[in-house]
Design a protein around this ligand. Structure first.
Ligand code: 5GP
Ligand code: MG
Ligand code: MG
Length: 189
């Protein structure tokens, strides 16, 4: 294995600068849309992939906002979803009557989101929005429904590649890349 991280990458899809610019735009939309809400929204990051996006996003939201994490397992170490997401670590915050913004790294089949939305709905969240950095609509298998006044925010539409970086992993590596890119084929073996 090459020790220089950059040598593992075939191509960059979105640079650090492009991501930062887009995160600012999403944060401005969220700030505007939640500015008249009586209670502070709760940003719920889906661990581990959303950790960088969540950190950058909430720092640009100009409103009081709570932050929590939920952990869902569905991928193992491969690149194809097994289709049965399981919540392996639940929220700490009580979201009853709260506006929740689910923060995801990427929406692929939609299985993870539909599982999480059902879960948060059963806890009595008053609205559920989704803010995902990347969206692969071509891979969608399950259509999820937002709750209440919830909206769908997305950073970029992602082509049908397995992407890594800015939180997204392959076998728990590459999350620390500051950009999103595609691995060289030899890195999968
Ligand atoms: P879904 O349940 O929508 O199929 O997949 C959601 C999760 O699968 C994402 O949160 C992410 O962790 C993982 N995933 C889907 N596509 C990709 C990809 O291209 N790269 C990486 N690293 N993870 C992905
Ligand atoms: Mg994720
Ligand atoms: Mg993963």
């Amino acid at each position: 294995m090459a020790t220089n991280l950059e040598d593992h990458i075939e191509k960059i899809l979105w640079t650090e600068q492009q991501i930062s610019q887009r995160v600012s735009e999403l944060a401005s939309q969220i700030t505007l849309n939640f500015s008249s809400c009586k209670s502070a929204p709760v940003a719920v990051g889906v661990a581990t992939g959303a950790f960088l996006f969540l950190a950058d996003l909430v720092r640009k939201i100009k409103l009081p906002i709570s932050v929590d994490f939920v952990r869902v397992e569905s991928y193992g170490s491969g690149t194809v979803s097994n289709g049965k997401p399981k919540i392996s670590c639940d929220l700490k915050i009580d979201v009853t009557g709260k506006h929740v913004i689910l923060v995801e790294d990427i929406v692929d089949t939609g299985n993870t989101l539909s599982c999480l939305i059902a879960h948060l709905k059963s806890k009595g969240a008053s609205s559920i929005s989704v803010c995902t950095l990347l969206d692969k609509p071509s891979k969608r298998k399950v259509n999820f429904e937002l709750v209440g006044e919830g909206k769908f925010y997305r950073g970029f539409e992602c082509p049908d590649y397995f992407v890594v970086g800015y939180g997204l992993d392959f076998a728990e590596l590459y999350r620390n890349l500051p950009y999103v890119g595609v691995l060289k084929p030899e890195m999968y073996s």
